[in-house]
Write a protein that binds this ligand. Sequence first.
Ligand code: HDD
Length: 756
Amino acid sequence: TNPLKRAADKVADALQSGPTGPEDGIPGKPGAESPSVAEPTEPREPLPPKPDQGGPATVSPTGQPTGADQARTAQSGSYLTDAQGVRRYDTDHSLKAGPRGPVLLQDHHLREKVMHFDHERIPERVVHARGAGAHGVFRSYGTAANVTKAAFLAEDVETPVFVRFSTVLGSRGSADTVRDTRGFATKFYTSEGVFDLVGNNIPVFFIQDAIKFPDVIHAGKPHPDREIPQAQSAHDTFWDFVTLHTEATHHTLWNMSDRGIPRSYRTMEGFGVHTFRLVNAAGETTLVKFHWKPRLGVHSLVWEEAQIAGGVDPDFHRRDLYDAIEAGAHPEWEFGIQTFPDTPDQTFEGIDLLDPTNIVPEELAPVQPIGLLTLNRNPTNFFAETEQVAFHVGHLVPGIDITDDPLLAGRLFSYLDTQITRLGGPNFPQIPINRPQAPVNDMLRDGFHQTAVHRGVAPYRPNSLDGGCPFTAGADMGAYIETPVRVPEAAKVREAPESFGDHYSQPRRFWLSMSPVEREHIIGAYTFELAKCYEQAIKERALQTLANIDPELCAGVAAGLGLPAPEPTEPLADVEPSPALSQVGRIWPADGRIIGIITGPDGDLDGVRAVRQEVLAGGMVPLVVAPAGGTLGDGDDALTVQRTYATARSVEFDALLVAGTPGVGADAYGARDAKAGRPTVQQATPDPRVGLLLAEAYRHGKAIGATSGGQSALEAVGIPLDAPGVVTGDTASAVLQQLTGLLGGHRVWERFPSAA
Ligand code: HDD
């Protein structure tokens, strides 16, 4: 039989039969007052690794497996061992001088176990601490090949990627749906080395110079005295900063718009923010801005949903990303570039391309698609991959270069520097998730957590001892050559160019590009955040910045705060709206959207079964909601209940379909009273939790449908059957068809007051 099993049986026998001598190599059981615990399962070989998971697989210079291969061998064999591979017979009792005696210092297993635990947490990221990641693949269309020589952007090249999404301000355990900027960082493991695009879901930044980054983050993080609020910009120090540094006006406006509360990571745009410089094989340069366009369209929560989700499911975005990938609804983004001639003034249509508080409207410079990103694999281990991944804007490959944006310059230092504290030393590129998939032959040596066993004696060059290696490559051998851009002849100064002084024309363009509903949401967001500030002077200063954007915006917020609206201090900029900035008015695929099907034991179960299949066939996700868990109906046809009235909450669903009369929940108040022997109260119809589900979905502009049996439930909570986005039909299938049509617009925008 299996030798591992034989050995385990031996231990088990020994533990059963009491103290034994050293001759059979197994120490005695601890004693009567400490009964032995039987092995709960048969020893077995470890589960095979998920076939397609793991970090990048590479081979170290010593030929040892690294990356995914090494990560897999982190757990092998069937028996518990210590970190040195020595099998341990007991991990529940410290080594003591007798059962009641003192614990012995010589207990290596105790000290190793506790020492490791003491250091399990590493410092969280100083910003972007809360995040979620996924593996994927990037396939290039080749359409950028005329402007860049980057090998991964040539036609039909496939490159593995790892993407991490994040919020900025909150701690690692904070809620996903807070109002904040979202990080969108992509690591491309290209054949020429790693390229990181460390972007956000907002195309502009708060500040124009990296030297202010510590300041803006100090202002946004919780107050240093009370350490509140968590993951919020709705407090005095944040608003103090952004109203004193008016260059922050544009980014703040985006945060107060629906972009600050995305529906899902899958429905976020991404931006490289800075202007980058591409270089082609002929050495010609082009200035570009990078964009990610989600295939599902840009879609946001409404504020009340964001708040509910923060309570009922703080992992809302993390769960959504994971579930979608597990369900095979692989999120996709098209990668695109806006291109601008690399002129000495580095402006385009009067817009300074070095100022990261500026966008270039897509109407002036269309986004040209250059490839497709698909996220198709969840991480195997959150810590190993999502937590330990280290991005850096300085990770560039030949064909992609930087510009002199002063915000980018400071970042080129910060990302490298921060990993030393966060990941414990300079060898973080050796962590499996960070390893390039191109050969590495550097002359970096030693340091904390050095895992490579370097060969040779001469980590310098030239040398005459290690065969002269490593050799340097030229441009024709794929070396990274910095573009020989002319540096302006000028005096050393600490100042910004004059063109960085326009802080209002771009925010005004954004405001003018919004639909009435989006404007209503922006006014609501400013009003909420400023009403949370205590200092009157800060509120007044904020109103002044709003007056300089637009009088309607300022008046709306001032009314909410009960303050007078000031006059603008500078003339309102004469700018054209950019329709591409609005999220409203386009039609998107319904893939991956979640349809809640509310039913009960007396519902139309055949209809529900059929409509479930149709939802799946349409690439969407059906969730059957019923009074209690378990199944509905009998036999092979029984329907599995996925959410009960107690666990379903409106935020999870994109649309609701009431199929038949909803039942009464098993733990509805009446049933509980009955169980407790109290006189039962009259049940409301429908169950109050279904009523809440429907009322919230209605208020949040979601599509709602009902079969004839379900219509009374809608009427009972006051939802008019002829309201926009409310559809009815004889069968669940007929209702679904209409719901799917409505989902294309993301929400029923007509339901919001401003659209009335
Ligand atoms: Fe940053 C993390 C995006 C300006 C300093 N940043 C970080 C992450 C994203 C961004 C997405 C999370 C990466 C991950 O998931 O691990 N940051 C941006 C964008 C910026 C920006 C789009 C402006 C265009 N950042 C910025 C400046 C500085 C930093 C100006 C410093 C001077 N950022 C950092 C950092 C972080 C970071 C301290 C924290 C953790 C890390 O780097 O690895 O170095």
